[in-house]
Design a protein around this ligand. Structure first.
Ligand SMILES: Cc1cc2nc3c(=O)[nH]c(=O)nc-3n(C[C@H](O)[C@H](O)[C@H](O)COP(=O)(O)O)c2cc1C
Length: 585
C-alpha cells in the first residue's frame, strides 16, 4: 500500500480522503472527533464532523486540490465532536498519493483556547507535505526569512543554513535559465509564478522542484513578502519522461497497443490500435476492452485470461475481436501486468498483432491443398487408369504411344499436385528459428540419397568452422527441391548430382553448390524467378524453382543459376551463418 511518508510521523489529527470520502483517519483524529472507531469514520464525508456552514467552502477547496488548481489550502472551521462542544480548528489540506490514487490529506489544527504549544501558523506550515518558504520583499535580494519542515526535508538543508539567503542557492550546473528568468520577471512584476526546474539538495543530488511564488501584500496594498511553495516532482518528471519515451515508441509501433488500469479501464491506446479497431483514442479511453468482444470466445476463455494476469503472469493467445463497425479480426494478443515499486499490479499493457491475413492465407492454402491433393488426384488416378487400359488394349503403335503419353503427363500432374504440400511446409517453416549445424545439413543430403537411390549424389565439404544456420527446415526444403528437380529433369541414364559445401568469412556465409548432369534449367524460367514476378506471357513452368528461391531468400540468402562445363545447371546458395551453439569460438 502506498502511503504518504508524512503519515506515520504525524502527531496532529489528520484524515486521508478521496474527494470528500474518508479512507484513513489516524488515532489523534479519531480522538478529536469523539472517540470514534475507524469503521465509524471510513467511508463517511470529511464534513461529517464539521459545522454545516463550512460544508460548501470545504468542498470547494477539495475540488481545487483535486483538479490541481492549488497545492495546499487552509480553512478555519468549527468542528462538532460527539463528546465535546463544538470548537474551532484550521483544516490544512494538500494532495497526496494513496494506494496509487490521487487523494487529499487534511490535517486538523486545534486553535481553540485550550490548545497550546506552537503558534497555529507555524504548525500549519510544518504540517504541509510540501515545502513552504517566505522571503522578505523589502530587503536587498529578497532573502528567506522562514522555511518550513517540508522545505528542509525536500532540500536537505537545515533552517539556519538558509534563512538570510536568496533561494537561488538551490540552483546548480544544469538548471535551465528560462524558468529562472520567469521567476525573476514575476518577482520584479510582483505577480504569481509557477515553474518546474532542476534544483540541488545539500548533498549535491538533483531533484525536480515545482516552485510557486506568490506575492503577499499588506493592507496598504504594498508587497512585503513572497510566499514560496516547493514540491519535489522528480518521480512525476521521471514518469513523464518514461511516458514520453514509451509513447514515442508506441506511436510508431506497427501493432496495436493499449494500457488499462487494474480494473480494466483503458488509459492509453496507440495509433495502430485506432486503425485496427476503428475506435479513436477519445472513444476508447475510459472504456473496458470488452468493447472489442466478438462473442467468438466463451466466458471460460476470459476467466482464464483474468486469472493469469491478476496472478501477475503474462497471458498470450489468439483471439477474435470485433471492430467498432462490427468486422471480425483475429489477433495474437499478449497482456503483461505492470507492477509498482511495492509489487502491486497497477496496470495491464496489451499488444495485439493482427493475424487475420495469416489466418486467411492458412485457410486458402488448406482449400488449395485439399482440392489439388485429393480432388485433382482422384481424377488423375481415373485418367491414368483409363490410359493404362488403353495402352494394354490398343493395337496401333501410334495409339499406344498416345496412351503412354497420357499416362506420363498424368504422373507429372500428380507430382505437381504434391507440391502444394511443399508450399504449405514452406509457409509453416518460415517462422521457425531452429539453429542447425553442419552435420545436420549433411544429414539432409544423406536423406536425399535414400529418397533417390537412382541418382549418384556426391558431397565435397571444405567447411572447417563450427557454423550453423538459422532455420534448418527451410534449407532442407530447398535442398530436397533442387535434388528432385535435377533427378526429374534428367534424360541421362543415371542422374549425377555433385554437391559442394564451402564457406566465406567476409561476410560469414555457407556456400552450397548443386551441379547436375541434367537438361538444365532454361534461362527464361530463371529470369522469371529473379525478376520476382510472373506475367501471363512470362511464367515459370513449375513451382519447384519458386520453392527453392523462397526458401533461400527467406533465410536471408541468395541463389544463383549458372551453367558450366559438362553440367546441366549449377545452383549456388549463399547463406548467412552464425557460430554453432556448442562451438568453442
Ligand atoms: C519565496 C521564494 C521562493 C523561491 N524558491 C525557489 C526555489 O525553490 N528554487 C529556485 O531555484 N528558486 C527559487 N526562488 C527564486 C530565486 O530566489 C530567484 O528569484 C531566481 O533565481 C531569479 O532571480 P536571479 O536571476 O536573481 O537568480 C524563490 C524565490 C522566492 C522569493
Amino acid at each position: 500500500m502506498t502511503r504518504p511518508s508524512l503519515v506515520s510521523a504525524h502527531r496532529d489529527p489528520f484524515v486521508i480522503h478521496i474527494e470528500s470520502e474518508m479512507v484513513y483517519a489516524n488515532d489523534p483524529c479519531l480522538a478529536l472527533v469523539g472517540g470514534q472507531t475507524p469503521d465509524a469514520v471510513i467511508g463517511r464525508s470529511v464534513s461529517a464532523f464539521v459545522a454545516e456552514p463550512f460544508y460548501q467552502p470545504l468542498a470547494e477547496q477539495f475540488e481545487q486540490l483535486s483538479t490541481q488548481q492549488a497545492d495546499a489550502l487552509g480553512l478555519s472551521v468549527e468542528i462538532e465532536p460527539l463528546d465535546r462542544p463544538p470548537h474551532e480548528c484550521v483544516i490544512m489540506s494538500s494532495p497526496v498519493e494513496w494506494d496509487g490514487k490521487r487523494a487529499i490529506q487534511s490535517t486538523f489544527l486545534d486553535v481553540s483556547a485550550d490548545a497550546t504549544d506552537e503558534p497555529v501558523f507555524t504548525r500549519a506550515m510544518n504540517a504541509a507535505p510540501i515545502g513552504i518558504s517566505i522571503a522578505d520583499a523589502t530587503d536587498d535580494d529578497t532573502p528567506l526569512i522562514y522555511v518550513s519542515d517540508g522545505f528542509c526535508r525536500i532540500t536537505g538543508y537545515g533552517r539556519s543554513d538558509v534563512v538570510g539567503r536568496n533561494c537561488r542557492f538551490l540552483q546548480g550546473p544544469d538548471t535551465r535559465p528560462e524558468p529562472v528568468a520567469a521567476m525573476r520577471e514575476a518577482i520584479a512584476a510582483e505577480e504569481p509564478v509557477t515553474v518546474t526546474l532542476r534544483n540541488y539538495r545539500v548533498d549535491g543530488t538533483m531533484f525536480w522542484n515545482r516552485v510557486t511564488i506568490t506575492p503577499v501584500a499588506n493592507t496598504a496594498g504594498e508587497v512585503t513578502h513572497f510566499l514560496g511553495y516547493q514540491e519535489d516532482v522528480s518521480q512525476q518528471k521521471l514518469y513523464e519522461h518514461e511516458k514520453t519515451l514509451f509513447e514515442k515508441q508506441a506511436d510508431a509501433a506497427p501493432y496495436a497497443m493499449f494500457i488499462t488500469d487494474r480494473s480494466g479501464s483503458i488509459e492509453y491506446v496507440n495509433p495502430a490500435f485506432e486503425e485496427l479497431t476503428g475506435y479513436t483514442a477519445a472513444e476508447a479511453l475510459g472504456e473496458n476492452p470488452r468493447i472489442l468482444k466478438s462473442n467468438q470466445q466463451d466466458d471460460s476463455f476470459y476467466d482464464e485470461l483474468w486469472e493469469t494476469i491478476t496472478a501477475g503472469e503474462t497471458w498470450e493467445d489468439e483471439l477474435v475481436n470485433r471492430t467498432k463497425s462490427g468486422e471480425l479480426f483475429r489477433v495474437q494478443q499478449t497482456i503483461v501486468p505492470i507492477q509498482n515499486a511495492d509489487g502491486e499490479i497497477t496496470h495491464f499493457a496489451a499488444i495485439e498483432r493482427d493475424i487475420s491475413e495469416t489466418a486467411f492465407t492458412d485457410q486458402v492454402l488448406d482449400v488449395i491443398n485439399r482440392i489439388l491433393r485429393h480432388n485433382l488426384r482422384t481424377s488423375i488416378n481415373v485418367i491414368d487408369g483409363y490410359a493404362t487400359l488403353l495402352e494394354e488394349t490398343l493395337e496401333g503403335s501410334d495409339e499406344i504411344a498416345a496412351a503412354a503419353a497420357i499416362s506420363d503427363r498424368t504422373r507429372r500432374l500428380e507430382t505437381l499436385s504434391e507440391k502444394t504440400t511443399h508450399i504449405r511446409n514452406l509457409m509453416e517453416r518460415r517462422s521457425e528459428k531452429q539453429l542447425v549445424d553442419l552435420p545436420t545439413i549433411i544429414n539432409y543430403i544423406d536423406q536425399c540419397r535414400r529418397n533417390h537411390p537412382e541418382a549418384a549424389i556426391s558431397l565435397t565439404n571444405t567447411v572447417t568452422d563450427d557454423i550453423a544456420i538459422k532455420n534448418g527446415s527451410l534449407l532442407q526444403l530447398a535442398i530436397e527441391e533442387s535434388i528432385e528437380n535435377s533427378v526429374i529433369h534428367n534424360d541421362d541414364g543415371q542422374p549425377r548430382i555433385e554437391i559442394t559445401f564451402s564457406q566465406s568469412t567476409d561476410p560469414p556465409q555457407l556456400c552450397i553448390e548443386i551441379a547436375d548432369n541434367g537438361s538444365g534449367i532454361p534461362q527464361t524460367e530463371w529470369d522469371v524467378i529473379t525478376a520476382n514476378q510472373e506475367t501471363p506471357l512470362q511464367h515459370s513452368s513449375g513451382i519447384g524453382l519458386w520453392l527453392i528461391y523462397w526458401s533461400i531468400t527467406s533465410l536471408g540468402g541468395t541463389v544463383d543459376l549458372t551453367r558450366h562445363g559438362s553440367y546441366g545447371s549449377v545452383l549456388t546458395y549463399r547463406l548467412p551463418v552464425v557460430d554453432a551453439p556448442n562451438s568453442d569460438s
